[in-house]
Design a protein around this ligand. Structure first.
Ligand SMILES: N[C@@H](CCC[C@H](N)C(=O)O)C(=O)O
Length: 262
C-alpha cells in the first residue's frame, strides 16, 4: 500500500503529516510510526500527525499526534500549528479554523506567514519557585539557568524525565530556560517520546511563558521565546491563578512531500 505524506516543521520541530480522512494509514502500528520517524532508516521526524475527519459539527478536522517513539501522546503545540498549515495547503480551511486535538478544541489563525494557535486554559495554582511544573496540554518541568548553551540537555533532561517524581504522570518534558530581557527568554527542551532535545517545543515555550509571569520574572503578558530552531511568541490573559486566551505564534514550513510504502 502507498500513502502520501508531507514533511512540515515549526521552528525546527518536525513532523510527518498524513491526510488520513480516508483511513489510509494503519494508526495502531507503533513500529511503523517509529520506523518512519527514524532519522537513518526512515523519513526522520520528531513526530507523526494524522489529519482526520472532524469529530464535531463546528470543527474542520481532527488531529492525532504520535511521538517519534511511535506512541500516541498528549498535545503538540508546534504540531498543532503545522497541521493548520497542512489543512490550508490541502484546501480544507482558509486563514481561520477550529479543530479538535487530544486536549480539546483549538482555534487557529494564519496571518503574515505565521500560524497562531489558541492553547487550552491553564491553571497555575500549584506553581511556585520550587516546583515549576505546568500542564499546557503536555506536561512540562521548567529549570532556570544562567547559561542554557552549556547544558547537556539530553543527559540532564533525561534524569528529570525519568525521575520518581513524574513517574505517575508518564514522565515529563523538561525545559531549560535563560532570561535575556524583561520579556525574552532562551529555551532548550528535552522531549519525552523523542527522548532527546528537539529544536523547539510549542507546549514547552507556552509553559515557560506562563511560568515566568506567574513567578514574577516578567510582568509582560506577551513573552518572546528563542529556541534552537527559531522564534516563538506566547500571549495570554491572567485572572487569579488561571491563564486564558493563550496564543502560541510562529512560522511553519512545508518542506517536502513523498510516498510511504507500507
Ligand atoms: N513538540 C511538542 C510536544 C509533543 C508532546 C511531547 N513530546 C509529550 O509527549 O509530552 C510541542 O510542540 O508541544
Amino acid at each position: 500500500m502507498r500513502v502520501n505524506f508531507h514533511k512540515f516543521h515549526g521552528t525546527g520541530n518536525d513532523f510527518i503529516m498524513i491526510d488520513n480522512r480516508g483511513n489510509v494509514f494503519s494508526k495502531n502500528d507503533t513500529n511503523l510510526i517509529h520506523h518512519l520517524c527514524h532519522r537513518r532508516f526512515g523519513i526522520g521526524a520528531d513526530g507523526l500527525i494524522l489529519l482526520e475527519l472532524p469529530i464535531n459539527d463546528d470543527e474542520d478536522f481532527n488531529m492525532v499526534y504520535y511521538n517519534s517513539d511511535g506512541n500516541q501522546s498528549s498535545m503538540c503545540g508546534n504540531g498543532g500549528r503545522c497541521i493548520v498549515a497542512f489543512a490550508n495547503h490541502l484546501g480544507i480551511i482558509g486563514s481561520e479554523t477550529i479543530f479538535n486535538a487530544i486536549d480539546g478544541q483549538h482555534q487557529a489563525i494564519i496571518k503574515d506567514g505565521k500560524v497562531s494557535l489558541k492553547m487550552m486554559d491553564v491553571n497555575a495554582e500549584d506553581l511556585n519557585e520550587n516546583e515549576l511544573f505546568l500542564d499546557t496540554g503536555s506536561p512540562h518541568k521548567i529549570v532556570f539557568s544562567t547559561n542554557v548553551g552549556a547544558i547537556d540537555v539530553k543527559k540532564e533532561g533525561s534524569k528529570i524525565r525519568y525521575s520518581k517524581k513524574y513517574e505517575s504522570d508518564g514522565g515529563t518534558n523538561v525545559n531549560f530556560v535563560q532570561q535575556t530581557g524583561e520579556e525574552s527568554f532562551l529555551v532548550r527542551t528535552y522531549e519525552r517520546g523523542v527522548e532527546d532535545e528537539t529544536y523547539s517545543c510549542g507546549t514547552g515555550v507556552t509553559a515557560v511563558a506562563l511560568a515566568v509571569n506567574a513567578i514574577g520574572k516578567s510582568k509582560s503578558t506577551t513573552i518572546y521565546l528563542e529556541t534552537p530552531g527559531g522564534k516563538l511568541e506566547v500571549s495570554f490573559e491572567k485572572s487569579e491563578n488561571t491563564f486564558q486566551n493563550i496564543w502560541l505564534t510562529g512560522p511553519t514550513e512545508n518542506v517536502f512531500k513523498g510516498e510511504i510504502k507500507c
